[in-house]
Design a protein around this ligand. Structure first.
Ligand SMILES: Nc1ncnc2c1ncn2[C@@H]1O[C@H](COP(=O)(O)OP(=O)(O)OP(=O)(O)O)[C@@H](O)[C@H]1O
Ligand SMILES: [Mg+2]
Length: 418
């Protein structure tokens, strides 16, 4: 199959996947010769090739990436032809700042730190990261099943992070390699700023089964939001004070009993904990928006509002006003980038059920992006801003014809409109 999505050069998916499996097979045979390692089926990942591996009855996960570039972008030709990719990949797998090597080092640091608890990094070799498989459900799955527990679940995730957000994290990241490839701002700007951005936005959803008029509405809404968000990046504080987890999705936290264990860190500098808060609550809101039951959607939104309420409520007033705005800007940037990625991956790229739902609900998500970004360019701050945002969210995300809803607005945060 030849992919004919946007981008001049194209790479065949089968070739990329086969080469990834070959690299993983060679590495596990090299690490555990004669132990009959068996690779399982590819697991959806927007960035790397991931699959389970069984060695002597032990369940591991293997992760292999290409040129620090999301696999979907490699397929679209972002790193040239297949020959170009292969030629660059060998020196890349030997380089010191290889992404999976940085992740391995970060997992080892977090194991020493003790909190947040992370999966065991079993080994790293030739670009392949091997982690011990976690059992249990993820926080995303828990939220879907028990939406009424969203607030406490999100609170517990954030309560695992003070050590990392404190001195110990900053001391580590000062002497280590960050994973900036997962920075919300960098990913957003990479997608939406630059000479090819306009074409990228105009092509969104072309490979999805969307009616053209619907697709054009989505493109318009996303373009509006992106224009405003680019303006808002100038107000973000420099990223140099705090180490953040970096890819704090509810899908990256596993629960076993009351124990939370994290996977897939992307430690990086930030101005404060805002990127972690933004990604966690933004992705939780998307789970609500994509939920098939209205009551569950309401409960998830209310849970997010309550987590934000207690999180911001615990901050000194001066910090709170800056942080509310920054968290909201980063939330929208992350949501815009995820929506755009889901709308632009090649038609047969493996995606999760949730990512399929994101495409199904693309118009609602794009409407939220448009309306909330409109609020953010205004002068509201603090609780007034949050109330207005959740009000918009309420109106745009929920079909107003679906009766019986309650507003989910946090009310106890001081610091109203400027
Ligand atoms: N140690 C593990 N235990 C259990 N599941 C795992 C483990 N490692 C990876 N997975 C599964 O594989 C998926 C993708 O893994 P991971 O997040 O590490 O890859 P990624 O390339 O960062 O993907 P993405 O960019 O989509 O986050 C996870 O969401 C999870 O379902
Ligand atoms: Mg990940």
């Amino acid at each position: 199959m030849t992919l004919t999505t946007s981008g001049d050069a194209v790479v065949r998916a089968e070739e990329l996947y086969e080469a990834s499996r070959r690299a993983i097979t060679l590495t596990v045979d090299d690490l555990w010769p004669g132990r009959g390692a068996v690779l399982g089926a590819q697991v959806p990942s927007l960035t790397s090739y991931v699959c389970p591996v069984t060695v002597d009855g032990e369940e591991l996960f293997a992760k292999y990436g290409w040129l620090s570039t999301p696999m979907a972008s490699v397929l679209r030709g972002a790193r040239g032809t297949w020959d170009d990719v292969l030629e660059a990949q060998l020196p890349y797998t030997r380089s010191a700042d290889l992404l999976t090597r940085r992740e391995f080092q970060q997992l080892e640091f977090l194991r020493q730190l003790g909190r947040p608890r992370v999966c065991e990094a079993v080994d790293f070799r030739a670009g392949v990261l091997l982690t011990r498989a976690l059992s249990g459900m993820t926080v995303a799955e828990e939220i879907n099943l028990r939406p009424w527990d969203t607030g406490p679940l999100l609170d517990s995730v954030l309560l695992s992070l003070p050590e990392l957000h404190g001195e110990a994290g900053a001391k580590y990241i000062k002497r280590a390699w960050p994973i900036n490839e997962r920075s919300i701002v960098d990913v957003f700007l990479h997608q939406f700023k630059g000479p090819s951005a306009a074409g990228f936005v105009a092509d969104l959803g072309r490979d999805r089964e969307l009616p053209e008029h619907e697709r054009l509405v989505i493109v318009d809404l996303v373009a509006n939001a992106v224009r405003r968000l680019i303006r808002l990046t100038t107000a973000l504080r420099p990223r140099q004070r705090v180490a953040v987890y970096g890819d704090l999705k509810p899908e990256h936290v596993f629960l076993s009993g009351a124990r939370m264990t994290f996977i897939s860190p992307a430690l990086q500098w930030a101005a404060g904990p805002e990127p972690d808060v933004a990604k966690l609550i933004g992705r939780a809101l998307l789970l609500g928006l994509c939920h098939h039951e209205l009551r569950a959607e309401q409960q998830i939104t209310q849970g997010v509002a309550s987590t934000l309420d207690s999180y911001f409520g615990a901050l000194p007033r001066g910090e709170r006003l800056d942080q509310v705005r920054e968290v909201m800007v980063l939330w929208l940037m992350d949501t815009a980038a995820l929506l755009a990625t889901c709308l632009s991956v090649p038609a047969d790229y493996p995606v999760t059920a949730h990512q399929e739902q994101v495409v199904r609900h693309a118009r609602r998500i794009a409407t939220v992006l448009d309306r909330v970004s409109g609020l953010l360019i205004g002068s509201m701050t603090g609780a007034g801003l949050l109330d207005a945002i959740f009000g918009e969210f309420d109106q745009t995300a929920w079909n107003p014809l679906r009766a019986g809803r309650h507003s989910a607005t946090p009310t106890s945060i001081e610091g109203n409109d400027a």
